[in-house]
Ligand binder design. Structure first.
Ligand code: 4GX
Length: 388
């Protein structure tokens, strides 16, 4: 690709074209950038390139002559590429436009300064106006650099084999998941545990969830066009609900943290393994996890007697209040959402679980339509919970 940049300030672009990936691409011959100093084509005796605007108004306007003559001197007769003027009036640059430009053999970029360029110059030498965004620069040079940078990385050979030009965001239609590198612990901030283990399926699922959640929070309009699977849509519905639940918990003054959907999905199983005696597990599993979803079903299994040492009623509640745990787990079986909250909580839900950090002491509240809340305290010493 060959790019000609027409500018009054070629020295503004030079450093960017000499460094990093652009510098390497130019050195390797994948890209050729010619900087053309418009001033050199001024026919004026003082080499002026601008003048006052006809009709009055603030600032100066770039005159037609130096620009038209610079283009004539530098673009061959049969120039086949696209001639672009960088301007806030132009079509907004998007990755799609970048892909379009990258298919050209050659580009000519005109950088305007001051209040703009004499319209007659644009009419003679420009095919299209492009804007790099809705804000105003002091000149088009940064816009030209943005175009050059974005286009270059699509030219074969410019990116190394381990650098992908297929930006995640534009292939998945979603925002990119967070990335981490060593160390695993940076001043107390740990890399998400799932990325440290070697479970590839878990990592893929975690990244997908992060992408969906980030897109929902920051660019929800992208979700309308993104190619989504049924599993994605299911996840999204839960994430939408999670945001509502988040608001409710915050309103109730409960400091909380929502756990990944992946962990929420495992919670019922882990719960059973931690609290349901081996001999009852099969039956409990069938009732709790086997896909039958109705309000409070998981807790119904407990009330059916699969868990020993249940104490129901106000006694459990009192006991709980006297000796509150530091951490509570809140699992909403219908929404399939799992929360961690600090301190003993009594959330405004019909079904919830209160437990200390290692799940050794747990209180279950099951909603019973017409009968009010129903509390169980489960004492389990030495219960292990590998994930949550
Ligand atoms: N995306 N600028 C052009 C001169 C100008 C002034 C008024 C037309 C009308 C810009 C952007 C940008 C600053 C380049 C003003 N042209 N370029 N210049 N946004 O702000 O590309």
């Amino acid at each position: 690709m060959r790019i000609k940049v027409f500018t009054l300030f070629p020295e503004m672009l030079r450093p960017m074209l000499g460094a990093s990936i652009l510098g390497r691409a130019i050195a390797a011959g994948h890209l050729q950038v010619d900087l053309i100093d418009i001033r050199e084509y001024s026919a004026d005796k003082h080499r002026n390139t601008d003048d006052y605007p006809f009709g009055g108004g603030a600032g100066m306007v770039m005159a037609a002559q130096p620009i038209v003559d610079a283009f004539a001197a530098n673009l061959p007769e049969g120039f086949r590429g696209r001639r672009v003027y960088l301007s806030p009036r132009g079509r907004t640059l998007t990755q799609k436009v970048v892909e379009e430009l990258a298919r050209e053999e050659e580009l000519a970029l005109l950088c305007g300064h001051y209040e703009g360029v004499d319209q007659r110059a644009l009419d003679r030498v420009i095919d299209e106006e492009l804007s790099i965004g809705d804000y105003v620069l002091t000149g088009g040079e940064l816009g030209a650099l943005v175009v050059i940078d974005a286009v270059s990385r699509l030219i074969p050979g410019v990116l190394g084999s381990d650098e992908s030009s297929e930006d995640e965001s534009f292939t998945t239609g979603l925002l990119e998941y967070p990335q981490y590198t060593r160390p695993a612990d940076f001043r107390g901030d740990r890399v998400p545990e799932v990325l440290l283990g070697g479970n590839h399926a878990d990592i893929v699922a975690w990244r997908r969830e992060q992408s969906l959640e980030l897109t929902l929070a920051r660019r929800p309009e992208l979700l309308e066009r993104a190619p989504l699977t049924d599993a994605d849509r299911d996840m999204l519905a839960r994430l939408v609900r999670a945001r509502e639940v988040d608001a409710i918990l915050t309103q109730a003054g409960i400091a909380h943290e929502r756990l990944e959907l992946r962990l929420a999905d495992r919670f019922p199983r882990q719960w059973l393994e931690a609290f349901v005696p081996e001999e009852n597990r099969k039956a409990a599993k069938k009732q709790c996890i086997s896909g039958r979803r109705h309000a409070g079903y998981l807790w119904q299994a407990f009330s059916m007697g699969f868990v020993p040492d249940c104490v129901d009623g106000k006694a459990a509640r009192g006991k709980w209040r006297d000796n509150p745990p530091e951490t509570c787990w809140l699992y909403l079986p219908e929404e399939k959402l799992l929360y961690r909250a600090s301190g003993a909580i009594e959330p405004p839900f019909e079904s919830f679980v209160l437990a200390d950090g290692d799940l050794k002491r747990t209180c279950v509240c099951t909603g019973r339509p017409g009968k009010g809340p129903y509390y169980h305290e489960i004492d389990k010493s030495g219960a292990e919970n590998p994930e949550v």
